[in-house]
Write a protein that binds this ligand. Structure first.
Ligand code: ZN
Length: 426
């Protein structure tokens, strides 16, 4: 990631709020433009948005009070006195991203351009322990806010990734099928009460897609699919530069694409879903079977997890390598089906299994090449995530950032400070 331009920024301290009456489309447009441009003159703002100089002057006067922008005197001079330009103060506020994975919790504090400031991560049995998980989230958020110059007064918003589908307008509901111990409720609305900022919740694969699109292998591509393979399998779609969530917000259940209707029963009630063939449990079970056929056998009491399997495959161990090759075959078939239906420009594979790299990627690429229906000179590009396991937490912070600046009314958020949503369907 390139954060070059951010290194020279002075951290602003202003936290005064603008007159909420001014919070509106024009003010937001101006703020968004300065956020995107970093430095810009009043004249260029007027030209780019199509406003009169006097309207721009009024809006800037209010925005200067927020501490989010500052006047700096080194604009390009055309002779004579150097003109004053406006500079966005990316360090004036901060964002928290929270990744609640099936087996880990990660919290990241960023500035207003996504630059990571503090990071906390811990392995935890999230799936079976909602209470303990919430405690760790609070502990990490408090810690992140306490060890920088930021605190809860400069916190702008929080983005949260959960390992469950998230229905539009019902951000606190979780799938009882996917994580039954949580009884269908995340109670992460408590984050909003604790920090008094808007909280945005979305599915982890959706946020992996958002991170890939903003910062990773999907930069410059407007139509992509991010496939997350770890404990379960999910997918996030970016169509025409926007996250596509489907009619009810539940798009992306790629793991429940049926591959073998006579296969093993899946938690969803279907048979032979991709998850029953390539999900963590399926891979480990297959690995144990293959180990059992080897001369040295397999100790039934031996605990094996996905990390062990990946490590063994990367060492070139025969049984583990075969498991990955078989997984690539199933995955290739599923990706071909997906490509035939939605024809993305790029498919990015992320999640913990992506660590095996070419061992998985090459056979998947081969399989798709052989089986995809639409054969063009410019076929779908399949690649591994460049953000590694951090994609989702970056995506969570990016969601909060995007909602604050790219979509919703930043100043309205600041005035009401009570939003809690799966996302803002503007
Ligand atoms: Zn299923």
């Amino acid at each position: 990631m390139n954060y070059g331009i951010m290194n020279s920024i002075n951290h602003g301290t202003g936290t005064r709020r603008a007159d909420p009456k001014l919070a509106g489309t024009l003010t937001d447009s101006v703020l968004r433009l300065i956020w995107r441009e970093n430095r810009i003159s009043r004249a260029d703002i007027a030209k780019k948005i199509g406003l009169s100089r006097s309207t721009v002057t009024e809006i800037i006067k209010e925005l200067l009070l927020t501490g989010l922008i500052a006047e700096v005197g080194d604009g390009k001079s055309t002779g004579g006195r150097k003109p004053i330009v406006l500079e966005f103060q990316y360090g004036a506020r901060c964002i928290l991203g929270v990744d609640v994975g099936a087996t880990h919790i990660t919290v990241l504090l960023t500035d207003l351009q996504g630059k990571p400031l503090v990071w906390r991560e811990r392995k935890h049995n999230v799936v079976d322990d909602p209470e303990g998980t919430r405690k760790i989230i609070y502990e990490f958020c408090d810690e992140c806010l306490s060890i920088t110059e930021h605190d809860s007064t400069t916190l702008l918003s929080i983005g949260v990734a959960v390992p469950s589908p998230v229905e539009t307008g019902k951000p606190d509901l979780l799938s009882e099928i996917v994580i039954p111990a949580w009884h269908g409720k995340s109670d992460l609305n408590l984050l909003k009460d604790r920090y008094n900022v808007p909280v945005y919740i979305d599915n982890d694969a959706n946020l992996g897609a958002l991170a890939a699109f903003w910062w990773g292998a999907g930069k410059g591509t407007n139509d992509l699919v991010y496939i997350k393979i770890g404990h379960g399998i999910g997918a996030g779609y970016i169509f025409r530069g926007e996250l596509y969530r489907g009619g009810k917000g539940l798009a992306g259940e790629f793991g429940h694409m049926p591959i073998d209707i006579y296969g093993e029963e899946c938690v969803c009630g279907l048979r032979g879903c991709l998850t029953t063939l390539v999900g963590e449990h399926a891979l480990i079970n297959r690995y144990k079977v293959l180990l059992g056929t080897q001369p040295h056998g397999y100790d039934i009491d031996q605990k094996i997890n996905l990390v062990d399997l990946i490590d063994a495959a990367m060492r070139g161990e025969l049984a583990a390598t075969r498991v990955i090759q078989e997984a690539a075959d199933y995955l290739g078939v599923a990706i071909s089906g997906l490509s035939n239906i939605i024809n993305p420009d790029k498919i990015i594979i992320g999640g913990s299994l992506a660590r095996v790299g070419d061992l998985l990627l090459k056979p998947v690429q081969e399989k798709v090449k052989k089986t995809v229906l639409v054969q063009t000179e410019d076929p779908v590009v399949i690649t591994m995530s460049s953000l590694g396991p951090d994609a989702v937490v970056f995506g969570a912070a990016t969601l909060a950032l995007e909602e604050a600046f790219a979509k919703t009314s930043f100043l309205s958020n600041q005035s009401h400070n009570s939003e809690f949503s799966s996302f803002n369907p503007n």
